[in-house]
Design a binder for this molecule. Structure first.
Ligand code: SF4
Length: 501
C-alpha cells in the first residue's frame, strides 16, 4: 500500500469502491458495487451531512493523556464540549481517575486566512505542551488551513524537538471528502506515522518500558490479540468480547479508543489483529500487516448469534484453539437460546427497518432475524466493497430487500418510513428522532453504556426490543403532538428522486 509514507492519507472516495447515494434493492446494490458502477452516484439536492472531522474527534478525544488542537476557526470542533462526559465516563469505567477533556482551538480569523495561521499553531502547540505535559498532541487541520495551505506537518516537524509530547498531525478538512468514514483512516494514518514506531523510544514512561519487556516474551505474544474499538463500541461490549476471548485462553488489548499512547509501544507484540468493524479498521490493519507482518481478521462483526460464532471461529483457527471455541459456542448458544425463548414470542413477525453504519445495519438485520423479526429495509451511511458478502448473507432469500445509502438525509428517511410503516426502527440518535416523530417505536443501534455485541448483546437487544413492543406509548404520543417539516406532496414523491448517476 505505502500510503503511510505520504503526509496525507488518500480519501476513501478514491481508495475504495465507495458510494454515498443509492436507492434500490440489495441485489442491485451489490451487483453495481462489484461492477464498479456506484462510484459516481450523487444527489442533485442534499441536506446537511457529516464532516469527517467529527468522526476523527470521536476517536482522538477518547485518548487519555493527550491534548487536541483544532487548527481552525473556533466553530470547528465546538461540539467537543459534549464529549467531556463521554471521556470522563470512559476513563473512569476503565479504572482510571476521571479527568477533564483538554482541547484547544487556534481560532483562525479573517486576518489568518489572508496571512496564514502557522504562527498561531506553533504557539498553541508550545502552550499545550508546557501547560499540560501530555504524552501526545493531536493537531487537527480543518477546512480553512486546508484551503490557505498551512503546512501542519512542517510545523510539527519543526517543533517536535522542543516539546515532550509526540505531535500527531491529522488532515481532517471536511470539504475534501463526502465519505466521512475517511476520518478513521486519517486518525490511523497519524498514529502509524507519529506514534506507532516511536512509543517506547524516549517519550514513554518507565511503566511502558516494564510492560514492553514483559510482553516481549514470546509466550505472551502468542496468546495476545489486539481488538480495534472505534467510537461505536462501548465498554460493556469490550467486557463481553474480552470474556469470550479469555475463555479461549487469550489476552486482549484494545486500540485506539481509550488507549494510552504508551500502549502503542506493545501493539506489534500480538499474535493477531482483530477488527470489530471493517468500516473502521481496514486501512490500519493492512498497514500493520505490510509493515510489521502482523496477520489480521476483518471478515465479521460480532453482532448476532451466527456472526459472533463466525467471529470467534475466525480468531480461534489461526491461533489453534478450534476445540475450545467449539465448546464455548455450544455452551453459550444453548444458554442464550433458553433465555431468548420468551422474548422471541414477543418479537416474532415484527417488521423492522434499520439505519446506521454499513456493516452494523446488515449484522443487526441478521440478529433481528434470529429473534424472529422480519427485516423490511435498511439504510447505510455509505457503502463499499466490504459490504458485498455481508449484505448478501443478511438478505438470503430476500435479494429484493430495499436498501438506501445516505449519510443522514432525513428527507429520504421520512419518505421511506412512511411508506414502509415498520413496527420497529433501529438507528443512531439523530435519525431515531425522525422515526419517533412518525410514531414508530425506536431503539438506538448504538449506545455506549448498553451491550450490543457478542451473545450478551443479542440478549440485551432482544430484551430492549421486547420491552418497547410491549409499550410504544412514547412514540405514539410524540406523533400526536409534533409535526414533520415536509409538505405532504413529498411523501407522494419517489424518495430517490434526487439521486443521480
Ligand atoms: S466541514 Fe470544514 S469548516 Fe465545517 S466543521 Fe468540518 S472542518 Fe470545519
Amino acid at each position: 500500500m505505502g500510503y503511510i509514507d505520504e503526509k496525507v492519507p488518500p480519501k476513501r472516495d478514491e481508495r475504495l469502491r465507495v458510494c454515498h447515494a443509492y436507492g434500490g434493492t440489495v441485489c442491485g446494490l451489490v451487483n453495481d458495487s462489484r461492477q464498479g458502477c456506484l462510484v459516481n452516484r450523487d444527489r442533485s439536492f442534499s441536506q446537511t451531512s457529516n464532516c469527517q472531522m467529527g468522526l476523527a474527534l470521536a476517536m482522538i478525544l477518547t485518548v487519555p493523556n493527550t491534548v487536541t488542537i483544532m487548527h481552525a476557526p473556533v466553530g470547528c470542533g465546538g461540539s467537543s464540549h459534549g464529549m467531556d462526559g463521554h471521556f470522563r465516563n470512559g476513563v473512569s469505567i476503565r479504572g482510571e481517575k476521571p479527568k477533564s477533556l483538554i482541547w484547544f482551538s487556534t481560532n483562525l480569523d479573517e486576518n489568518d486566512v489572508i496571512n496564514g495561521g502557522e504562527q498561531k499553531l506553533e504557539e498553541a502547540i508550545l502552550l499545550a505542551d508546557r501547560r499540560h505535559r501530555p504524552k501526545a498532541i493531536f493537531v487537527v487541520s480543518c477546512c480553512a488551513p486546508g484551503i490557505i495551505g498551512d503546512d501542519i506537518d512542517s510545523v510539527a516537524k519543526r517543533l517536535q524537538n522542543q516539546v515532550m509530547a509526540a505531535i500527531i498531525p491529522l488532515h481532517c478538512e471536511g470539504f475534501k471528502t463526502k465519505i466521512s468514514a475517511t476520518a478513521y483512516d486519517v486518525v490511523y494514518h497519524g498514529i502509524a506515522r507519529n506514534l506507532l514506531g516511536k512509543a517506547g523510544q524516549g517519550f514513554t514512561a518507565s511503566a511502558a518500558g516494564a510492560l514492553r519487556e514483559e510482553t516481549q516474551r514470546k509466550q505472551r505474544q502468542e496468546r495476545t490479540v489486539n481488538l480495534f474499538n472505534v467510537y461505536s463500541i462501548g465498554y460493556p461490549d469490550e467486557v463481553e468480547l474480552t470474556r469470550l476471548l479469555r475463555a479461549l485462553g487469550l489476552e486482549v488489548r484494545y486500540y485506539p479508543n481509550f488507549a494510552d499512547p504508551e500502549r502503542y509501544g506493545v501493539l506489534t507484540e500480538a499474535a493477531l489483529n482483530v477488527s470489530i468493524c471493517a468500516t473502521h479498521d481496514d486501512y490500519f490493519l493492512k498497514h500493520l500487516e505490510e509493515r510489521y507482518g502482523m496477520p489480521y481478521m476483518i471478515n465479521t462483526m460480532p453482532i448476532g448469534i451466527r456472526n459472533t460464532n463466525e467471529w470467534l471461529l475466525d480468531i480461534a483457527k489461526p491461533l489453534q484453539r478450534e476445540a475450545e471455541v467449539q465448546r464455548l459456542i455450544e455452551a453459550e448458544t444453548r444458554e442464550l437460546d433458553e433465555a431468548l425463548a420468551p422474548l422471541r414470542q414477543t418479537l416474532r413477525g415484527k417488521r423492522v427497518y434499520l439505519s446506521g453504519g454499513e456493516m452494523r445495519v446488515a449484522a443487526t438485520a441478521m440478529l433481528l432475524q434470529e429473534l424472529g423479526c422480519e427485516i423490511i429495509g435498511f439504510r447505510a451511511h455509505h457503502y463499499d466493497e466490504f459490504g458485498d458478502n455481508l449484505y448478501l448473507k443478511a438478505t438470503e432469500g430476500q435479494p429484493q430487500m430495499e436498501v438506501n445509502v445516505a449519510t443522514t438525509q432525513p428527507f429520504e428517511l421520512v419518505n421511506l418510513l412512511r411508506r414502509a410503516q415498520p413496527d420497529l426502527y433501529l438507528g443512531h440518535s439523530g435519525s431515531n428522532l425522525w422515526a419517533a416523530k412518525l410514531g414508530i417505536p425506536t431503539l438506538p443501534i448504538f449506545s455506549a453504556p448498553q451491550s450490543y455485541l457478542g451473545y450478551r448483546g443479542v440478549f440485551e437487544v432482544a430484551q430492549r426490543a421486547a420491552r418497547l413492543m410491549e409499550n410504544p406509548a412514547f412514540q405514539r404520543r410524540l406523533k400526536e403532538n409534533t409535526r414533520q417539516p415536509y409538505r405532504e406532496a413529498w411523501y407522494d414523491t419517489d424518495p430517490y428522486r434526487y439521486i443521480t448517476g
